[in-house]
Design a protein around this ligand. Sequence first.
Ligand code: ADE
Length: 228
Amino acid sequence: MKSPFKIDIITLFPDMFKGPFDMSMLWKAQDKGLATIKLWDMREFGLGSRRTVDDTPYGGGDGMVLKPEPVVAAIEAAKAENPGAPVIIMTPGGHQYHQAMAQEYAQAPGLILVAGHYEGFDERIMAYADGQLSIGDYVLTGGELPAMVVADSVVRLIPGVLGGELSAHDESFSDGLLEYPHYTRPAEFRGVPVPQVLQNGHHAEISKWRHEKSLEKTRQYRPDLLQP
Ligand code: ADE
């Protein structure tokens, strides 16, 4: 049997991950032995008896900065247990995360995610990472939610995690477009019928309709995806 896909997450708040990772798909993936997720408490790598992880910024300014020693020590400890896994730092200043990256990470030997807090990371930490990721153009209080977003989007792509193996192929972004609309019973809801083409069951026509609807939706909500 294939060994599980291993995700290490370095954080000051491991308890934040309890709910999301102990439920639904992420729990099922771990339960089935398809993924393992290990949480590393950055505080355990802190300096001195107070386990210090942050300090004031050189040059002045608001907030605290994560110190290099504890973060790099945590990264090295995780790397030793997850060889070959890319180390990704969650930060609003990173590359914008997207579905193609999720697909790429799902093919990697594993994944190490670093969630920061306070004003940010000492820049020298970046040399110990393979990439920096932002999940969107907004600033959160820490990298924990972004790390959960990345872990979730990668784990669901691991073969065997989703029920129907095809369901990850047909979805939004997998072909550069938003996904077509879905319908289920009843055939009419409050006067709104399910499009006739879907009820007729003619596969070629359904495919054509779905592609047209995908384009329509993408044009309306994400015209940026259609730019050459
Ligand atoms: N940390 C704080 N905000 C973030 C964001 N948008 N993406 C990744 N990490 C973050």
